[in-house]
Design a protein around this ligand. Sequence first.
Ligand code: FES
Length: 110
Amino acid sequence: MESPFIEVAQADAIAPGKFIRVEVDRTPYLIARVDERYYAVEDNCSHEDYPLSYGCLDGARIKCSLHGSRFDLETGQPADEPADTPIRTYRVELADGRLWLDPSGPLNQR
Ligand code: FES
């Protein structure tokens, strides 16, 4: 079976505490780095379909810049109102200094 992982970036392109936006098949994802861990989530707030990449990281959460909800990068769960629905999270792996995203399906359920 073919691997579902797609190379999306050089790992050193993301400094600790930063994220980048990537597109796979016209779907945007946010790849974040917290210390030495990498996370992949959809680049879309579950509250009003707004790009999360306009926001900022708050530890291991991404904060939406429109109404301020923060989402856990691991679980996708919102920590604050007004969002009440998780964002989708995806597998991302580091190999040979590159980051590989599995866009075939989210890790979590909405
Ligand atoms: S659009 Fe993100 S919190 Fe409202």
